[in-house]
Design a binder for this molecule. Structure first.
Ligand code: G6P
Length: 608
C-alpha cells in the first residue's frame, strides 16, 4: 500500500526519492509525488500512474534540492488523480504532507477548517493534516505537528516539511509503519526498509505514538507531548541482492524458485530430527504455558489465512487441541471466546496488515498469549507479539505471496511438532515428521524442475474465463491458495472448493470450457477425490491433476497430470502449492498481466 520516503543531507534528493519510491513499487499504488526544498521554497510534482510518469514529469519540469519527501498513493479517499496524489499542501503553501493510513474524523475537521477559511483542493483525508499544521504553526514545526496530531482520529504514518521552519522533516506514526535510516551527515525516513537499504543498514523503527524530528546530522524522538523517548538502533540484515530480480523476469518467479532455500532457512537450527521435535528460540512460552493451552485461535488475512487452515489441521491432528481459524478482519469485530488459556497465533508475511495487527491487539487485551509467524523482521506484529517464529524467507517483493506461504506452513509444522511431542506424540512419529521436513527442500526442487511442463499447460488454458480448484483434507486450503494466486495475477475468475462440496453448487458450472485443477496427491483421501474427478469428467470438464503416484484409477480421466513427490500428508501442501504458483504465474505472463504489481492489489494492506 502507500509508501513514504524522505531524505535530508548533502546529495541531490530527487534521484534518491525516485529510487526509494521504485523500491516500494511492489507494495501497490496508483499515483506518486515528491516535495523538494528549493532554497526557501518547497516545490511539489505529482503524477498519476507508475513512478516512470513522475520521473518523466521531473525531467520536463525539474526540481533540485538536497532535502525532500516522496510518496506512492494507493487510493482510499477519492480516485487516483493528480489532485489527490501526495504531497498535499496547506492553503498558504507553507506546509507539505505525505500520509499513509486513514484519518477517520477528516469530514468533521474539513468542515471546521473550511469555516476558518482554509481552501481544499483534493478529496483526500490527508489534506486536512496540511491545513491543520498550518493552523497550529507558531514557530516550531514539531509543535505544530504534535498539536495537529492531537486532533486526529485514525491511523497515520506522516512526514511533514514547512517553508517556515526549514532544515527538518517531522514525522510521526500511529498504526502505519515508519523508520528513520541513519547515515553519515544524512538521514532518511521510510515506511519500508527496502526503500533505503541501498544507502544505510542502520535504522530506528518508530513505535505508535512516536514523533521524530529528522535533520541532516541528528534525529530526535519524542511522544506528542515532547517527552523524549529512547529508541534503539537496529541493523537490517538482508542484502540489496535480495530485493533485486537477480536475472529473473519477475520477482514472483524468483521467489517461487527460491523456495528450496527459503524453506531450508525457515528450518535452519530449529529441527531436531533425532528427538523428533523442534527448537524455537523466540517462542517465549514455558513448558508449563505450553501444557496449559486449552485452545488455539489462528488469525490472518489472504494467503496467510490459507496457511492458517493447514495449521489448524496439523495442530488438531497431532496435538489434539481445538483450533479455530478466523479472518482477522472478522475476528476483531466479533466477541471471540478467548482467555488466558488461549494461544492466539497471528500469521502475517509483512507483519503490518492492519486487520491482523488489530486482531492480535484484541486477543492480547482479552488475556490470550500471542505468537506471531512473521516474515518481515522488526515489523509491528513482530515487535508487539508475546513470542514469535520468524519465517526467514527473505524479502518477498511479488504482491502474490509464494515463498512466504510455504515458509508459514513449515513454521506451523515446526510449532506443531514441538507442541505435539510435549503432548504425547511418540518420538518415532515425531522423527518421521522431522525427517520428512528435512527432505522437503530437495523435493521442492524436483517440483520446480517441471516448470516447462507447467508452462505448456498454461499455454493451453491461458484463454479460460473461469477455473475451479478442488482438494480435500490438507489439500483444500491448497485449492483455495491456487485459485487465489490465479485470480490475483491473471484476473481469471477462479474458485477453490472442497472437492466433494462441488456437488452442492459449482458442478453446475462444469462444461467443456471449464478447467478443473484437482489437488490429489496419494494421501488418506485420494480414493474419495477420484470419485469427484469422475463426476467432473462425466460433465466434460477439463482436468489438470496434481498427484504423487502413477495411478491406474486416473487413466483416461485427466487431460494433464503433474507429479509431485510424496511426503507426510500434513506437509504435502508445501509441494502441492508450487505447481499452482507456477501455473498462475505462466498464465498471467501469457495474458500480459503485470505479475509483480497486479491491478488494485497491495502487498501490505495497512488500512482496514
Ligand atoms: C495482501 C497481499 C497478500 C497477503 C495478504 C496478507 O492481500 O496481497 O499476498 O497474503 O495481504 O498479508 P500479510 O502480510 O499479513 O501476510
Amino acid at each position: 500500500m502507500c509508501g513514504i520516503i524522505g531524505y535530508i543531507g548533502p546529495k541531490p534528493v530527487v534521484p534518491l526519492l525516485l529510487e526509494g519510491l521504485k523500491r516500494m513499487e511492489y507494495r501497490g499504488y496508483d499515483s506518486a509525488g515528491v516535495a523538494v526544498v528549493e532554497g526557501a521554497q518547497i516545490t511539489t510534482r505529482r503524477a498519476v500512474g507508475k513512478i516512470a510518469k513522475l520521473e518523466s514529469l521531473l525531467t520536463k519540469e525539474p526540481v533540485a534540492g538536497t532535502m525532500g519527501i516522496g510518496h506512492t498513493r494507493w487510493a482510499t479517499h477519492g480516485p487516483p488523480t493528480e489532485r489527490n496524489a501526495h504531497p498535499h499542501r496547506s492553503t498558504d503553501g507553507s506546509v507539505v504532507v505525505v500520509h499513509n493510513g486513514i484519518i477517520e474524523n477528516a469530514p468533521a475537521l474539513r468542515a471546521t477548517l473550511k469555516e476558518l477559511g482554509y481552501t481544499f483542493t483534493s478529496e483526500t483525508d490527508t489534506e486536512v493534516i496540511a491545513h491543520l499544521v498550518e493552523e497550529m504553526f507558531d514557530g516550531s514545526l514539531e509543535e505544530a505537528v504534535a498539536n495537529a496530531l492531537k486532533k486526529l482520529e485514525g491511523t497515520y504514518g506522516i512526514a511533514v516539511m514547512s517553508e517556515k521552519d526549514p532544515g527538518k522533516i517531522v514525522a510521526a506514526r500511529k498504526g502505519s509503519p515508519l523508520l528513520v535510516g541513519l547515515g553519515d551527515g544524512e538521514n532518511f525516513l521510510a515506511s519500508d526498509a527496502s526503500a533505503i537499504l541501498a544507502h544505510t543498514r542502520q535504522v530506528v523503527y518508530l513505535n505508535d505514538g512516536d514523533l521524530v524530528v529528522v535533520e541532516k546530522d541528528r534525529y530526535h524522538i519524542t511522544d506528542i507531548d515532547a517527552t523524549p523517548l529512547p529508541r534503539k538502533v537496529d541493523r537490517i540484515d538482508w542484502d540489496l541482492a535480495e530485493i533485486e530480480r537477480g536475472g529473473y523476469p519477475h520477482f514472483m518467479l524468483k521467489e517461487i524458485f527460491e523456495q528450496p532455500q527459503t524453506v531450508e532457512n525457515t528450518m535452519r537450527g530449529r529441527l531436531i530430527v533425532e528427538d523428533g521435535t523442534s527448537k524455537l528460540g523466540g517462542l517465549n512460552l514455558t513448558h508449563e504455558q505450553l501444557m496449559a493451552i486449552d485452545n488455539i485461535v489462528i488469525t490472518a488475512c489472504g494467503t496467510s489465512w490459507h496457511s492458517a487452515l493447514i495449521g489448524e489441521m496439523m495442530i488438531e491432528e497431532l496435538c489434539r487441541i481445538p483450533v479455530e481459524v478466523e479472518y482477522a478482519s472478522e475476528f476483531r469485530y466479533r466477541n471471540p471466546i478467548i482467555n488466558e488459556r488461549t494461544l492466539c497465533i497471528v500469521i502475517s508475511q509483512s507483519g503490518e496488515t492492519a486487520d491482523t495487527l488489530a486482531a492480535m491487539r484484541e486477543a492480547k487485551r482479552r488475556g490470550a498469549r500471542t505468537l506471531g509467524l512473521v516474515n518481515v523482521v522488526g515489523s509491528t506484529i513482530a515487535r508487539e507479539d508475546d513470542g514469535g517464529i520468524y519465517l526467514h524467507a527473505g524479502p518477498e517483493i511479488g504482491v502474490a505471496s509464494t515463498k512466504a506461504f510455504t515458509s508459514q506452513v513449515i513454521a506451523l509444522a515446526l510449532f506443531t511438532l514441538k507442541l505435539a511431542r510435549k503432548r504425547g506424540l511418540s518420538v518415532t512419529r515425531g522423527m518421521a515428521i522431522a525427517q520428512a521436513l528435512a527432505a522437503l527442500p530437495a523435493q521442492i526442487q524436483q517440483v520446480l524442475d517441471q516448470a516447462q511442463a507447467i508452462e505448456d499447460i498454461a499455454e493451453e488454458y491461458k484463454r479460460a474465463s473461469n477455473f475451479l480448484y478442488l482438494g480435500r483434507g490438507f489439500e483444500f486450503p491448497v485449492a483455495l491458495e491456487g485459485a487465489l494466486k490465479l485470480k490475483e495475477i491473471s484476473y481469471i475468475h477462479a474458485e477453490g472448493y472442497p472437492a466433494a462440496e462441488m456437488k452442492h453448487g459449482p458442478i453446475a458450472l462444469i462444461d467443456e470450457l471449464m478447467p478443473v485443477v484437482f489437488v490429489a496427491p496419494h494421501d488418506a483421501v485420494f480414493e474419495k477425490v477420484v470419485s469427484n474427478l469422475q463426476e467432473v469428467r462425466a460433465r466434460k470438464g477439463r482436468i489438470i491433476v496434481i498427484t504423487s503416484r502413477p495411478e491406474p484409477a486416473l487413466d483416461g480421466l485427466v487431460d494433464y497430470e503433474i507429479r509431485i513427490p510424496e511426503t507426510e500428508d500434513m506437509l504435502m501442501p508445501v509441494l502441492a502449492a508450487i505447481p499452482l504458483q507456477l501455473l498462475a504465474y505462466y498464465i498471467a505472463v501469457k495474458r500480459g498481466s503485470n505479475v509483480d504489481q497486479p491491478r488494485n492489489l497491495a502487498k501490505s494492506v495497512t488500512v482496514e
